[in-house]
Design a protein around this ligand. Sequence first.
Ligand SMILES: [Zn+2]
Length: 90
Amino acid sequence: MPINEVIIVRRCGHCRYEMGTLTVKKDNMRLMTRELAWCENCEADVPEVRDIADREPTVLAEQASYPGNPPMEDVSAAEFRQRKAAARDA
Ligand SMILES: [Zn+2]
């Protein structure tokens, strides 16, 4: 992946359910959005939050240290989906 692109994880603003990922240019990066998105978990239109899914630990550590930024589960998007599928099947 080119260095000027970042993966954004879209999450439910209520329950942090992962709704998908986006790959965007850093120049165009918008972490704030006013658009509502459908959350399967809440079964409602919810405010969307976006996190940078950067693999660099330093970036994650920086994010974690931001005040008001809730701790994020340290799992990859793929693993998150696996867990989600497992939970659904249970
Ligand atoms: Zn939700």
